[in-house]
Design a protein around this ligand. Structure first.
Ligand code: F1P
Length: 356
């Protein structure tokens, strides 16, 4: 069996372990973190780890109220003036599945040499590698170490670990209780997600994919694009839903597939975008946490996400991802591509010495 497929399907199990482990980790390092009312949070990573940084920064800011920002690893050491606060106390989460991506290691070293106001916490799935050796605190999810080149369960598990930390910082036991229900809801809904992901993925006549996600879902939209690009090399883009109408919607034809990640937040505003996309002739798929009145958009595809959990938008975040990962997987299989061997890619990008 494909390792990518196995890792996608392992998410209910791995989420359970992440919830348990991160609570223990937090108890062991919380006293070493100094969090003041004006503390900023940074989330630093590359590729998938950058997109999970985007989602985590949005989640952190919303729940804790602290200024939070995602930064690609390279920007920390190449253009720090644009991205790192000079004086505000700052906690930077350096994120890397492998723990060996050069840009993330260089970013950490740069912060340690130039920014005494920044405390760094590593987030990885591999504690034996470089990252955990150079940071004082590490959250290491060894149980989601992946064989695959393409990151799937590592994305959702690292976001989930950061959600637990955000809930701890915000002192929100109610949110932690809701998070603990995610694995069972994914288990209950996985088959439905896969049926829909397969039916869209198997239609290889779509040559252009768009993912629309608001706020904390924008990082998910970017990550969904990356999965499709890595596994199937199709042209895709991600936008905020209302941004899509400001020009890009003119790219849409009946060979386009537009997937909208809908929450309760901004409900009617986002629904209005879905209606416009549907009228433009694209296959319109809406992932949403409520039942649908089919008559509204007859012919559109609806995926109900987290219906059995009645979660709020914040908690539901990672539940959108398995459908999007499976879509990429099934499109790859239908095209005869091997999802475990994406073109021109390696598990880690290690820079040549000359560049450093
Ligand atoms: C991040 C990453 C992956 C990408 C590729 C190269 O790695 O950019 O997202 O799919 O395989 O590496 P990491 O720093 O999280 O290990």
């Amino acid at each position: 069996m494909s390792s990518t497929y196995k890792e996608i399907k392992n998410q209910p199990m791995s989420w359970r372990q992440t919830l348990k482990q991160t609570t223990q980790d937090w108890n062991s390092f919380k006293d070493r973190l100094t969090i003041r009312p004006n503390t900023h949070f940074l989330f630093i990573g590359c590729g998938t780890s950058f997109y999970l940084s985007q989602t985590s920064a949005a989640l952190f800011q919303e729940l804790t109220g602290h200024v939070s920002r995602a930064i690609p690893g390279s920007e920390v050491f190449l253009t720090s003036g644009c991205v790192i606060p000079n004086e505000a106390p700052t906690i930077a989460f350096a994120i890397s599945r492998s723990g060996t991506t050069s840009e993330v290691l260089l970013a950490v070293e740069y912060l340690q040499h130039h920014y005494p106001n920044v405390q760094v916490v590593g987030v990885t799935c591999n504690s034996e590698e470089g990252l955990s050796k150079i940071v004082p605190i590490t959250i290491s999810l060894e149980h989601v170490k992946e064989e695959s080149v393409v990151m799937t369960q590592s994305f959702t598990n690292m976001v989930l670990a950061l959600q637990v930390i955000a809930a701890k910082i915000a002192n929100r036991e109610d949110i932690l209780t809701e998070l603990s229900r995610l694995p069972e809801v994914l288990e209950a809904e996985f088959e439905t997600y896969e049926d829909i992901a397969k039916s869209i993925g198997q239609n290889i006549s779509y040559h252009y994919y768009v993912f629309l996600g608001l706020g904390k879902y924008y990082g998910l939209a970017n990550e969904a694009c990356l999965k499709l690009k890595e596994m199937t090399q199709v042209f895709c883009e991600a936008y905020g839903p209302l941004e899509f109408r400001h020009g890009p919607i003119s790219m849409v034809t009946n060979q386009a597939c537009v997937l909208l990640l809908q929450g309760h937040e901004a409900g009617n505003w986002v629904k209005d975008v879905a209606t416009d996309v549907f009228k433009s002739g694209a296959l319109t798929a809406i992932l949403q946490p409520f039942e649908t009145c089919k008559a509204e958009m007859d012919g559109a595809t609806f995926v109900q996400i987290g219906l059995q959990g009645t979660f709020d938008d914040w908690v539901r975040t990672i539940l959108y991802m398995p459908t999007l990962q499976l879509l990429a997987y099934h499109r790859a299989i239908s095209l005869g591509c091997n999802p475990d061997q994406p073109r021109n890619l390696t598990q880690v990008v290690v820079l040549a010495n000359e560049a450093m």
